[in-house]
Write a protein that binds this ligand. Sequence first.
Ligand code: G1P
Length: 268
Amino acid sequence: MLPLADTPTIQYVVEEAVASGVSHIAIVTSRTKRAIEDYFDEAPELRAALERKGDSKKLAMFERIEGLAQLSFIRQHEPRGLGHAVLLAKDIIGDEAFGVLLGDDLVDNPGDPCLKQLIRIHEQFGGCVLAVMRVPHDQVARYGVVAFDAANEPTPGVHRVRHLVEKPAPEDAPSDLAIIGRYVLTPAIFAAIERTPPGAGGEIQLTDALRLLGDHEPIYAYEFTGQRYDTGDPVGLLTTSLAFALQRPDLAPGIKAYLRTLRLDDEV
Ligand code: G1P
């Protein structure tokens, strides 16, 4: 729910899924994240009050939320890892391929949403598809990292994954190609997660389950196009907020005016 300017991050993530053709979204939350469910709920009293006041700006925000997709909410009672969170959606998803979007990763590409790019690759080649990007070598320990066979690429930008490691030390990383929070997964991932023991941080890691699944079906890493933002730390959150606000015609002039007053060479 952390806002980018005046819009919760999750709104952008849900909009990316919808723009990619997704019609049913399951949001895995926890007891500290009840505000997410409330945010997407109907609020007839608030709407009526805004209509009485003629507050068209706030009413437009409602329209942005309503009718986006069918939403289901699932509680993860303990923080047992990303793999475990995905497994909780097994009954809702059933026997079909599905997308996973991590709420603290944003990818900006309005013309071609990141998840849509992955769906295209899945439709072409089958298997699971992971969004990846090159990161500086000293940052690999923040990500799942893939090893691939450069001689065996189905098409430029798509790598056939040979091995995956969650948060490797730089000296152990098989490449600089890091997974960012967008995946298309086949339902076979659920059985793989069920066989996955706790890994990095004592949690059931999706990366580890993908490594098991890779023995049975192809996994592709796709170098997506778009600007990725990580809202998971304070600098990332502020930078992302600024970048998204600067794209908003109603907010950009005021922010630019403020930025022009900053003498950024001054010591803080
Ligand atoms: C998760 C995944 C990791 C991926 C990262 C992208 O880690 O486990 O493989 O590279 O998201 O943001 P987290 O950031 O939740 O620790």
